[in-house]
Design a protein around this ligand. Structure first.
Ligand SMILES: Nc1nc2c(c(=O)[nH]1)N[C@H]1C(S)=C(S)[C@@H](COP(=O)(O)O)O[C@H]1N2
Ligand SMILES: [Mo]
Length: 548
């Protein structure tokens, strides 16, 4: 809508709108994205990456530790200038001004989304910034335009009386933000409408400013807390495993086959936490109590004074479908739970451990699985580093052979020795079995289902798991043919999955390739189909391959 809002005001609305957008983005970054997702921070980081090295070094040399604040302030000034222009343009051509704000948001999203540690969540704050900025600008301009119309008509008919329709906004004098009180003359009676528009402007502007300050302050506080947690994790002492290298022979190195060791950043994540719990390791304490002689209450430092071991264990989620990827293998560093249970002295009548996370999730584990000699750990290291926040920093449970929902409590703070007939854990109250031993399973990774391959020698490969029992044999079947024995990779531990491969002499046509595994007791994986609930899916994984 073409109006003649004065430029300074339009520019100010642009700046306020962009400020509100950035403030909203800080808040969202604080809640979900973390520091790298703040658009200003992301653009700053991207800027540092793209400027030539000599310029960067010059900046660091001349500005010293002030280089980052100067860079951030510079970005804020540039954004403010662009936003001011967007405001002025929006007053004339609404779409153009809004598009500029959208462009700024997009820039932030690109900067945040292309950081090495970015996920989808990191672009979210920038999108919020664009949406909030555009919304606020529209909201502010709406009043300004109305006030301007008033002014225009007042200029045309300077002596007209206040009037017109219900909700009409006619007035008798130009509206400005001047503090001069309306002039009252006998021929120009009190004109309430124009000051109303002005008051509304002040009111909306005030709401935007206060809202922005609150959002930015809240976001900053949350981000500072996250930064403090990240610093705490970076300096968290984790006794180093002698090596994090994959044991010789465990990884067949087949293209597109899941690596034997799952990198922590792609390790599947399952939990009920809406936002990842951030636990301060310096105040973390674990209570071990219940049916014990000597309850224990220990800090991280005290925990790490115990015997520390490094164990490869494959975790699996009970929700994993046949052929699914809710399974991963890592090197865990921690203290055997059995040692701590021996220390506290467990009563003979106990048969369960109820563990609780900092965010109140509960888990019931059979006492026997924690004391029968398997590598059940209170783990604080994953693949040689402190646990990632998503995987339970600072301390979690890891128990080979049991699905995660009955064993793998992340952010664990409480371990109660008890009896199964005295409690129900989180998932057991929701229809899942009290006991959850992992079922023997196998998966074909290559070729992928639906793949087209050339006739001749085709490598078929995958993984198989039967944690704590171990895999003794894997067989592959094409269509209704015989079962063929696959080659097995080395097995450094029965608690981890095992890679396998088989070379198929593939004939042209469409084929179905199936896999099945045997555990070390000679039990074959069942072909009977079962869904994940209540205690784990069963059935054979099959891929369809077209051979040309
Ligand atoms: N605190 C807490 N721990 C938890 C869960 C949870 O919801 N909350 N989920 C469990 C489930 S169901 C699984 S499969 C594993 C997954 O561990 P991961 O996310 O490290 O792969 O964590 C277990 N530990
Ligand atoms: Mo799970």
């Amino acid at each position: 809508m073409a109006t003649s809002i004065s430029r300074p005001w339009a520019a100010l609305w642009g700046v306020l709108a962009a400020g509100a957008g950035l403030a909203g983005a800080e808040l969202v970054a604080g809640v979900v994205g973390g520091p790298p997702s703040s658009p200003v921070v992301a653009v700053g980081a991207a800027f540092i990456d793209v400027i030539p090295v000599p310029v960067r070094e010059f900046g660091i040399r001349t500005l010293g530790t002030a280089d980052k604040p100067v860079l951030i302030s510079g970005i804020v000034v540039v954004v403010a200038a662009i936003a001011a222009a967007a405001g002025v343009l929006a007053a004339r051509r609404r779409g153009v001004g809004l598009a500029i704000l959208a462009g700024l948001g997009l820039l932030g999203a690109i900067a945040a989304g292309t950081r090495p540690d970015s996920g989808l969540g990191t672009i979210f704050p920038s999108l919020v910034a664009a949406a909030v900025g555009m919304g606020v600008l529209t909201w502010l301009l709406a009043v300004t335009e109305r006030a301007q119309l008033v002014a225009d008509s007042a200029a045309r008919r300077p002596t007209v009386r206040a009037a017109t329709s219900p909700g009409g906004q006619l007035g008798t004098r130009p509206t400005t933000m001047s503090t001069t009180a309306p002039t009252r003359t006998p021929t120009s009676p009190p004109a309430p409408r124009a000051p109303m528009a002005r008051r509304e402007l002040m009111w909306r502007g005030g709401v935007v400013v206060v809202g922005s300050l609150v959002a930015a302050g809240g976001g900053r506080t949350l981000l500072a807390r996250q930064q403090a947690a990240q610093d705490a994790r970076a300096t968290f002492p984790v006794p180093r495993p002698p090596t994090t290298a994959v044991p010789a022979g465990a990884d067949l190195g087949v293209d597109d086959l899941s690596p034997w060791r799952t990198p922590s950043d792609v390790f599947y994540r399952i939990d009920t936490a809406l936002t990842v719990p951030v636990v301060d390791p310096t105040t973390w304490r674990l209570r071990i109590h219940g049916m014990v002689d000597r309850p224990l209450d220990i800090t991280v430092a005290q925990l790490q004074k115990r015997r520390i071991v490094h164990r490869w264990v494959t975790l699996t989620c009970v929700s994993n479908e046949v052929g699914g990827d809710l399974v991963g293998n890592a090197l865990w560093t921690g203290v055997p739970i059995a040692d701590l249970l021996a220390e506290v002295g467990v009563h003979p009548a106990a048969d369960a451990v109820r563990s609780t996370s900092q965010d109140g999730w509960t888990c019931g584990t059979p006492l026997s699985a924690l004391t029968d000699g398997r590598s059940a750990l209170l783990a604080f290291g994953m693949n040689g580093e402190p646990l990632p926040f998503e995987h339970g920093f600072p301390v979690r449970m890891v128990v080979p052979g049991l699905y995660g929902y009955v064993s793998a409590t992340k952010w664990v703070v409480d371990i109660e020795v008890t009896r199964f007939d005295r409690f129900k854990a989180y998932w057991s109250t929701r229809g899942w079995s009290e006991q959850g031993p992992i079922k023997t399973a196998s998966r074909i990774d290559v070729p992928s289902s639906g793949a087209a391959v050339s006739a001749g020698q085709v490598v078929v490969a995958g993984v198989a798991w039967a944690q704590h029992r171990g895999i003794s044999r894997v067989e592959v079947q094409v269509d209704d043919g015989d079962w063929n024995v696959a080659h097995l990779a080395g097995e450094p531990t029965k608690d981890s999955w095992r890679q396998w491969r088989w070379t198929w002499d593939a004939k042209p046509g469409d084929h179905q390739v199936r896999v099945r595994a045997f555990d070390t007791a000679g039990e074959v994986q069942t072909a009977a189909l079962a869904p994940p609930a209540p205690d784990g899916s069963t059935g054979l994984h099959m891929v369809e391959v077209s051979v040309g």
